[in-house]
Design a protein around this ligand. Structure first.
Ligand SMILES: Nc1ncnc2c1ncn2[C@@H]1O[C@H](COP(=O)(O)OP(=O)(O)OP(=O)(O)O)[C@@H](O)[C@H]1O
Ligand SMILES: [Mg+2]
Length: 330
């Protein structure tokens, strides 16, 4: 479990203060994967640096499985850092070293006995699906294989937390999914707590149990994936379950509806149309499965002059999330 409490980071830029993190609190349970998304300048990299204590937070605390990191000093700090494994966008392997020697590197630093190093590094390579590649050099490996070596290296110190900074941004879609599947499998197998910083919603959809949206150094939306997705009108829901742009067909009111689980759209639209004696035009729609739940998202338009309020209320009664779309967003 990783717990971040009221983390603040203020940089001094000349005589100006830049508040990069403005009171970030997070709790990620053991065995789960949390995604952090946010636009450029939101504070993602600063958060990573503060979590790994490469950068000292101005205030606030970070703890892993109840052990406080932010007050650790020197030797304690080095020990504490080993509890966090890191994966980056590029594996940053040492080109002159084989896959096995790259994985061995963190073990050499802490003076693990030689025989143990070989055995442990080979075991880690097997764990990430690279048995047989021990003696390959980075130049002989694909991008996905390099990232697997990077993951094996991150696991060498037997960390509790895996911090992934844009782990798949440099990979093609198929390799991205393979690496994400590996991260998911390792999370369960090793009971890791995983944080993934990403700008790719695909990553969040695919593996994250929960997600936070960082903006201006603050977490402005957060929660289990299923809950944030179901909150029509939240920024995360809009990016998780996007609808294609559409042209309105006239001056009629436009509603967006979001339903989940077993509720099917067709009977609902038909019954609403019958009840109010109006035609409902579907302008755009999408159906997606997120966190094991199916979500249907529709943009519908009422005829000219029809009052949207009772129709919206009716959908609401059916347990469907509904909102009046702003005209310029249609
Ligand atoms: N060393 C520094 N000194 C001064 N200001 C900094 C420093 N590092 C970051 N900042 C500022 O803190 C804010 C957050 O930056 P950060 O790099 O964490 O954003 P980010 O979310 O990682 O963005 P990106 O997606 O572009 O990488 C920005 O306003 C940035 O200018
Ligand atoms: Mg960054």
């Amino acid at each position: 479990m990783i717990t971040v409490t009221d983390l603040r980071k203020v940089y001094q830029q000349g005589n100006r203060e830049v508040v990069a993190l403005d009171g970030v609190s997070l709790e990620v349970p053991k065995g789960s994967i949390h995604g952090i998304v946010g636009h450029s300048g939101a504070g993602k990299s600063t958060l990573v640096r503060c979590l790994t204590l490469l950068d000292a937070p101005t205030s606030g605390s970070v703890s892993i499985n109840g052990a406080e990191l932010s007050t650790s000093r020197d030797q304690d700090l080095r020990t504490a850092r080993r509890r966090i494994g890191m994966i980056f966008q590029h594996a940053n392997l040492m080109d002159s070293r084989t896959a096995l020697q790259n994985v061995a590197h963190p073990l050499e630093i802490v003076r693990t006995p030689k025989n143990d190093i070989r055995r442990r590094a080979a075991e880690l390579l097997r764990l990430v699906g690279l048995a047989g590649f021990e003696d390959a050099y980075p130049s002989q490996l694909s991008g996905g294989q390099k990232q697997r070596v990077g993951i094996a290296r991150a696991l060498a110190s037997d960390p509790d937390v895996l911090l992934c900074d844009e782990p798949t941004s440099a990979l093609d879609p198929k390799t991205t999914d393979e690496i994400l599947a590996l991260i998911q499998e390792l999370t369960q197998r090793l009971d890791l707590t995983v944080l993934i910083i990403t700008h790719e919603m695909h990553v969040v959809k695919r593996v994250c149990d929960s997600v936070s949206l960082l903006a201006g150094g603050r977490i402005i939306e957060h929660g289990p994936l299923r809950d944030v997705a179901a909150n029509l009108g939240s920024e995360l829901s809009r990016t998780l379950l996007p609808l294609p742009a559409s042209e309105p067909l006239g001056a009629g009111a436009v509603l967006e509806i979001l339903y989940s689980g077993e509720r099917a759209s067709a009977p609902m639209l038909t019954s609403a149309a019958r009840r109010f004696g109006i035609d409902l035009n579907v302008l755009a729609g999408s159906v997606e499965t997120l966190a094991g739940t199916q979500f249907g998202h529709l943009r519908i338009q009422l005829p000219d002059g029809a009052d949207p309020a009772p129709v919206a209320a009716y959908f609401g009664e059916q347990g469907v999330s509904v909102r009046l779309a702003e005209k310029d967003a249609v």
